[in-house]
Design a protein around this ligand. Structure first.
Ligand SMILES: *Cc1c(COP(=O)(O)O)cnc(C)c1O
Length: 365
């Protein structure tokens, strides 16, 4: 088509759109008009929803792969396990990864005859991947922030005949691109930075293998774990500003991690962006950004709780990735970390005001 013709069609489209809302439609419907032949863009609210499709198109654009939307990160993660494994399958999980993934696999999949094996993220590739149908990777690990080589794992898993699934929640597609590094499937909790405002739960699966994604989509339809249209619509709003929020959060985290490391009261800081962090070289190679999570260790549990409670700009909350900075002591949930370890999620506050508040709380310990 000539440029003139394209420009003409674009102007025609503009004219047709006149008066239509700029934001995507929020379609709150379980029933759709369906006379006669039931082939239609939408048939029933558990199978299709136009608002999900707008969000999935945005996620597909960000992931550079087709995506299926779920009502939470765990709904997305469990769909991949339940849609691809069967009795006799073997799955390998990080023992220091997100706890709910481990509990879901241990409690439910084991009972269905799937063998679940766990290994720490550090040294994950030792022992090889022979005999595993699904290898689940989380990098940086949560909450320890250990980094493992996605490309090396994906290549070894593929050579052994398995499938690599990467939980990319902590990085988002702007910080790390597992599919480009050779992974087969990406799962993520959009409850975190993509939603970004701490007011919704959502998740997604992205995958270039249409057969795998079709199973995942069918799992959603028949297990019934479907997103609410309103939450999906809110996630679309979050996705529209994800890049600017994520950029701000990562830049602030870099500045704050360095200052925390230099602060006398902080015993240890893990952040992949610090030049002397054990993960730095690998992180610099495989990640576009170093993320917004910082793992810092204070003297003991009391010092950590006092820091979280007295810092005026920190929300004492579990979860992360919102516009407000938040922190919690992960040992309170039984994570295998020091009693004084704090997982800090750096938000969108002005960085100097944020540091001033943290510095005041630390100096008062
Ligand atoms: C929060 C989280 C999940 C689970 O997501 P929900 O939206 O809470 O279901 C999975 N993986 C990681 C790494 C997470 O941080």
């Amino acid at each position: 088509m000539s440029d003139d013709k394209k420009a003409g069609e674009f102007l025609h489209l503009r004219e047709l759109m006149k008066g239509a809302p700029v934001p995507p439609p929020l379609v709150q419907a379980s029933m759709f008009h369906l006379p006669g032949d039931p082939q239609a863009a939408a048939t029933y609210g558990r199978a299709e929803n136009p608002t999900w499709e707008v969000v999935e198109a945005a996620l597909a654009h960000l992931e550079d792969a087709p995506a299926v939307l779920f009502p939470s990160g765990m709904a997305a993660i469990s769909s991949v396990f339940f849609a691809t494994l069967k009795a006799g399958s073997r799955a390998l999980l990080p023992s220091d990864g997100y706890y709910a993934t481990r509990v879901m696999a241990d409690t439910f999949l084991s009972a269905y005859g799937v063998e679940i094996v766990q290994r720490p993220t550090l040294g994950f590739a030792e022992g090889g991947f022979e005999g595993f149908d699904l290898v689940f990777v989380e990098t940086p690990s949560n909450p320890g922030l250990e980094v493992i080589d996605i490309a090396a794992v994906a290549e070894a898993v593929r050579a052994a005949g398995g499938m690599t699934v990467v939980d990319n929640t902590t990085m988002t597609p702007f910080g790390q691109r597992p599919l480009a590094l050779g992974a087969d499937v990406v799962v993520a909790s959009d409850t975190k930075a993509p939603g970004g405002h701490s007011d919704l739960l959502m998740g997604h699966v992205a995958c270039r293998d249409e057969a795998v994604l079709a199973r995942v989509r069918d799992w959603r339809k028949f297990a019934g774990a479907i997103p609410g249209p309103m939450e999906a619509w809110l996630l679309h709003r979050g996705l529209e500003t994800l890049e600017v929020r994520f950029d701000r959060m990562c830049r602030s985290a870099e500045a704050i991690a360095a200052r925390l490391q230099a602060h006398g009261t902080v015993a240890d800081v893990r952040f992949p962006g610090l030049p002397d962090d054990p993960s730095h070289a690998l992180a610099a190679k495989q990640m576009q950004r170093f993320g917004f999570l910082i793992h810092l260790t204070l003297a003991d549990a009391e010092a950590a709780e006092a820091f979280i409670d007295t810092c005026a700009l920190l929300q004492p909350a579990t979860s992360f990735g919102g516009i407000h900075s938040s922190a919690e002591r992960r040992a309170r949930w039984g994570d295998d970390v020091a009693p004084g370890a704090v997982r800090l999620s750096v938000g969108c506050e002005p960085v100097e005001a944020l540091w001033e508040a943290m510095n005041a709380a630390l100096s008062a310990l």
